[in-house]
Design a protein around this ligand. Structure first.
Ligand code: GTP
Length: 351
């Protein structure tokens, strides 16, 4: 079986990080996010992958190439202008010649793809949408099903008095080739707001596969950080990069660990990390490769990407600092900040 992954969006909610890097290439625990989706596909024996690219397509090509090193066979289908989630699928029509998985390229999940495929086969619908259960459905598009799991209604971002269920579109689909005839060519078109409502209107059967596993859309700064916290805390279930140095610290090669460093939480370090004397790490912290933390700095619940240098006496709280940044000494970065790649923040700055 084949999988299409939709990775052509601009990722505007993750700006400024996505100004110089497409969202699916942003590292999560020091690996490009897309690798997590590749791992999921490989776990279920899916090796033929079609990447639907539009924004910064060469970043993917350069990094993953033909996919051979990852044990995958990757084909790239390029949109000159982003065509939307549905337009991207239509643009890749020639690769859809049987039931095909379609994945949003920004969902971290352990959805059981075999369970979903067996469900799809047993229901014999034109499409199956994976449905995740969430506590607050008002932020999402609700999907209502009947007792036989047939989808009856889509409700976009409902208010609380419109909430009738807690199942939302999880951004993983199986489609049959015949759905392509309901999709217009060459125009921007949405799979969620265009294709699926059209199939319902035509009284065609689409089904919802509710799963209980992990599900997170990494598309905002808050959720991007949450993905790190969840993986850092998932312990044995997750193949953490590097070596476990103590039960709350995973490190790459050539770590320099200063005197009197206080680690009060869990931390992951890439290669060649230098942690200054008297620095302090609180909660969940992830440092990329070649990161330097100056003496006496305090980093809590934050992600610092590769090649960034943090000066002395800096405070960083619940934030993401991009690649190749310099945060000069005595600066302070408050919660929910995102600093774009190659930014220089001068001494004593406050954010
Ligand atoms: P925001 O701008 O922050 O909403 O992010 P986004 O552009 O990624 O949009 P969204 O989160 O709705 O997209 C869901 C998934 O579909 C992501 O993996 C996107 O990369 C992908 N996607 C969205 N639009 C397109 C498109 O026009 N073409 C392709 N190939 N993929 C798209």
């Amino acid at each position: 079986m084949k999988a299409l992954i939709l990775i052509g969006g601009f990722g505007t909610r993750l700006r400024p990080l996505t100004c110089s890097m497409p969202k699916p290439m942003l590292p999560i625990i020091n690996r490009p996010f897309l690798e997590y989706q590749f791992r999921l596909l490989k776990k279920y024996g899916i090796r033929d992958v079609v990447l639907c690219v539009a924004y910064m397509p060469n970043d993917f090509r350069r990094h993953f190439g033909s996919g051979k090193k990852l044990g995958l066979n990757i084909t790239y289908v390029h949109e000159k202008e982003p065509l939307g989630t549905g337009g991207a699928v239509k643009n890749a029509a020639k690769y859809i010649n049987g039931p095909t998985f379609v994945l949003n390229g920004d969902i971290l999940s352990d959805v059981n793809l075999k369970g979903m495929y067996d469900f799809h086969k047993s229901k014999k619908g034109l499409a199956t949408i994976a449905l995740a259960r969430v506590k607050d459905p008002t932020m999402f598009g609700l999907v209502e099903t009947d007792k036989k799991s047939k989808i009856e209604r889509f409700i976009e971002k409902p208010s609380w008095d419109e909430v009738t269920c807690n199942t939302i579109n999880a951004g993983f689909y199986i489609i049959e080739p015949n759905v392509l005839s309901f999709m217009p060519s060459g125009i921007n078109y949405s799979i969620e707001r265009g294709l699926f409502p059209t199939l319902l209107k035509e009284q065609l059967d689409i089904y919802g596969y509710v799963f209980r596993g992990y599900w997170l859309d990494i598309g905002t700064i808050d959720k991007y950080l949450q993905a790190h916290y969840d993986l850092i805390n998932s312990g044995a279930d997750f193949d953490m990069p590097g070596k476990m140095r103590q039960d709350n610290l995973w490190v790459g090669n050539k770590l320099k660990w200063g005197k009197n460093v206080d680690l009060n939480g869990r931390m992951v370090c890439g290669n060649n990390v230098n942690v200054g004397d008297f620095s302090q790490f609180i909660g969940n912290v992830c440092l990329g490769s070649n990161v330097r933390i100056g003496q006496g700095s305090v980093v809590s619940n934050s992600v610092i990407l590769d090649n960034t240098v943090i000066g002395e006496g800096v405070r960083i709280e619940k934030s993401v600092i991009g690649k190749n940044c310099t945060i000069e000494s005595s600066s302070s970065i408050s919660a929910n900040s995102a600093v774009g790649n190659k930014t220089v923040i001068s001494r004593h700055s406050r954010f």
